[in-house]
Design a protein around this ligand. Structure first.
Ligand SMILES: [Zn+2]
Length: 506
C-alpha cells in the first residue's frame, strides 16, 4: 500500500513547521521568524531559521533547508514514507492508502516479510544470549570479557546463536514463518534436493545485528568463539533483497546523530571496534565490515559529514589497505585523515588498554591528512633512489588530482612541493595533464548526486547539501598558488553557503 495523495496533502497542511521543528530543537522567536542553533551542524551562534509564513526552514551555516517532511526525514535519517507516517501520527491523521500494482505489492510484501523475520531472529538471538545456559556461558562471558556493558549490548542488540543445526529454524517454523522466507533472509541454508527444510546459517556464534539507517535489522555478522579450522572466524548474512553489503555501514544507525553533531565520522574495520569506541563515549564511528570501502558507503557518510578519519591497525597490511581504499574517498570530495595505532593494537584493543581520554588524545595527535600520510609512507619506502622518488611524485600527484575541489588541490600541491623539495609548478603541470586525461576518459563519472537510495534499497531519500552535492562536474585544471584563481561559477554543483540559493540542498 502507498499513502494516497489526498492524505499526503492533509499531512502537509497540518504539519506546522514551527511545531515540527520545535519537537527537536528549542526555537527562539525573532521578529516574524524563529531561530536556533542548527541541529545539522555544530555551531555556537544560531544560523538555523524557521519561516512560518513560508513553512520552511533554512540554515545559513550549512545550507540545510526544506519543509516539515524534509526536516523529519533528515533529523531521523528516515525515508519519505516513514516521515509522512510520523507526521500523520503526530497530527492524528488517518492514513488512507491506495493499492499498489500487483508487482509492487509482491515486492513490498517480500521486503516486509524479510524485515519481520530478521527482527524475529534478532530477538531470538538476544534471548539466547541472556537466557540460555549456553548463551550465558559462552556468548555473554565473551562480551563481558570485552567489557561490553549491559547497556551497550542492548544498544547494539547483540545476541548468540546456539551451537546446533536447527534450533533457530525449528523455533521460527513452529511460529509459522515459512522455510522459503527464512532462506531468502539468509537465515536458513537449504541444500538442493535435500528432503529436510535445511539448517541454520549461524550456529555457535555471537551475533552482531546489522541495522539500516532507520534502525531496522537487515542482516547479521557472527563470530565463532571456539577454534575450528573449518569455520571462518566471521560469517555474515548473504546478500538479500534488503541487505546489500556494499551500501551498508555497521553502526550507522547508532552513530548518525553524533556524526551530524560533531561533523566528523571515524571509520574502523570491525564490529567490536565500533562497539568498544561507543562504550568509551566515542559515538561518531562506523565500520565498513565485511568489504573494503565502497563508493556507496562513502556517499552514505557524506550524507552526514564531509570529514572522515580512518582508524587503521598499525601493521603494514593495514597501512596498505588504507592507501588502496583512499583515492576513492578523495574522489567523493571528503576530507580524509588517517590515524594509525601502535603495533599489534587495533582501535578496540587500544581503547580498552589506555582508556577513553588517552585514546582521544592519540586520535588528535596521530591524525594526518591522507595526502601527507601517503607521501610520508611512500618516501620512506623510496629512500634516496631517484627513480623511486619520481614514481612517488607520480603516485602522489595522481591522488591529489582525485580531489574535486580546486582550492584543496592547490593547497596540497603547495605542501607536497615543500615536503618533497620539488618545484610546485612542475607538480601542477603534471597534475593538469592527468586531469585532462581523466576528463576525456570518463566524463560521466562525475555527475553530482542529488539523492541516493536508502541503504537496504529503501525508498529514495533526500541527500542534504553535503560535500557531495558541491562537487564540480569536471574538476577544472588549476594554476599555481600565486596566480589569480578563476572565479568559480555558482551552481547546484558547487553550492557553498549563500544567503539565497537553489541547489540540491534546498
Ligand atoms: Zn546548519
Amino acid at each position: 500500500m502507498r499513502i494516497n495523495p489526498e492524505t499526503v496533502e492533509r499531512i502537509k497542511h497540518a504539519a506546522d513547521i514551527v511545531e515540527v521543528v520545535g519537537d527537536f530543537v528549542s526555537l527562539k522567536k525573532k521578529g516574524a521568524n524563529y531561530s536556533a542553533c542548527c541541529p545539522f551542524h555544530n555551531e555556537k551562534t544560531p544560523s538555523f531559521n524557521v519561516n512560518p509564513s513560508r513553512q520552511i526552514y533554512k540554515c545559513f551555516g550549512c545550507g540545510a533547508a526544506g519543509d516539515s517532511i524534509k526536516f523529519v526525514m533528515d533529523i531521523d535519517g528516515i525515508g519519505y514514507g516513514e516521515a509522512l507516517r510520523y507526521l500523520a501520527g503526530k497530527y492524528n491523521i488517518e492514513i488512507e492508502e491506495e493499492e499498489l500494482t500487483d508487482e509492487e505489492t509482491i515486492r513490498q510484501n517480500a521486503r516486509e516479510s524479510l524485515y519481520i523475520i530478521l527482527n524475529f531472529a534478532k530477538n531470538y538471538y538476544q534471548h539466547q544470549l541472556h537466557h540460555s545456559e549456553e548463551g550465558q556461558a559462552i556468548g555473554l562471558s565473551y562480551f563481558r570479557e570485552r567489557g561490553f556493558s549491559n547497556e551497550i549490548r542492548k544498544k547494539f542488540e547483540l545476541g548468540y546463536s546456539l551451537d546446533n543445526w536447527d534450533s533457530f529454524s525449528r523455533e521460527a517454523l513452529a511460529k509459522g514463518y515459512s522455510a522459503e522466507v527464512l532462506e531468502k533472509a539468509g537465515l536458513l541454508i537449504h541444500k538442493e534436493g535435500s528432503q529436510t527444510a535445511g539448517y541454520d546459517r549461524f550456529r555457535g556464534r555471537v551475533i552482531f545485528p546489522i541495522h539500516n539507517i532507520a534502525g531496522k535489522t537487515i542482516a547479521f555478522g557472527a563470530r565463532i568463539l571456539k577454534s575450528d579450522k573449518n569455520q571462518p572466524k566471521y560469517l555474515n548474512s548473504p546478500e538479500t533483497e534488503v541487505y546489500h553489503k556494499s551500501e551498508v555501514l555497521y553502526g550507522i544507525y547508532q552513530a548518525k546523530n553524533a556524526i551530524r553533531q560533531l561533523e566528523h565520522c571515524y571509520l574502523v574495520e570491525g564490529y567490536t571496534d565500533v562497539i568498544s569506541l561507543h562504550q568509551a563515549g566515542i559515538e561518531n564511528v562506523v565500520a565498513s565490515s565485511g568489504t573494503s570501502l565502497t563508493v556507496e558507503q562513502i556517499r552514505l557518510i557524506g550524507r552526514f559529514t564531509p570529514n572522515i578519519t580512518i582508524l587503521y591497525d598499525g601493521d603494514m597490511a593495514g597501512i596498505k589497505a588504507a592507501l588502496r581504499g583512499l583515492d576513492l574517498v578523495l574522489e567523493e570530495g571528503l576530507n580524509v585523515n588517517i590515524v594509525l595505532f601502535p603495533d599489534n593494537e587495533d582501535p578496540d584493543s587500544y581503547v580498552r588498554k589506555v582508556g577513553a581520554e588517552a585514546f582521544k588524545a592519540h586520535l588528535k595527535k596521530a591524525s594526518k591528512d591522507f595526502i601527507t600520510f601517503k607521501t610520508e609512507i611512500l618516501l620512506q619506502d623510496a629512500g634516496n633512489d631517484p627513480f623511486r622518488l619520481a614514481a612517488v611524485i607520480q603516485e602522489v600527484v595522481n591522488s591529489i588530482v582525485k580531489i574535486p575541489d580546486a582550492i584543496k588541490r592547490q593547497v596540497f600541491f603547495h605542501r607536497i612541493s615543500e615536503m618533497m623539495r620539488v618545484d610546485e609548478q612542475m607538480l601542477i603541470t603534471e597534475g593538469n595533464k592527468l586531469l585532462r586525461k581523466q576528463q576525456s576518459a570518463k566524463p560521466a563519472d562525475r555527475q553530482p548526486r542529488q539523492s541516493g537510495a536508502a541503504p537496504g534499497g529503501g525508498p529514495t531519500t533526500w541527500t542534504p547539501c553535503s560535500a557531495i552535492a558541491r562537487l564540480p562536474a569536471n574538476p577544472p585544471p588549476i594554476r599555481p598558488f600565486r596566480k589569480k584563481l578563476r572565479r568559480k561559477r555558482f551552481s547546484a554543483r558547487n553550492c557553498i553557503t549563500r544567503k539565497r540559493h537553489s541547489c540540491a540542498c534546498s
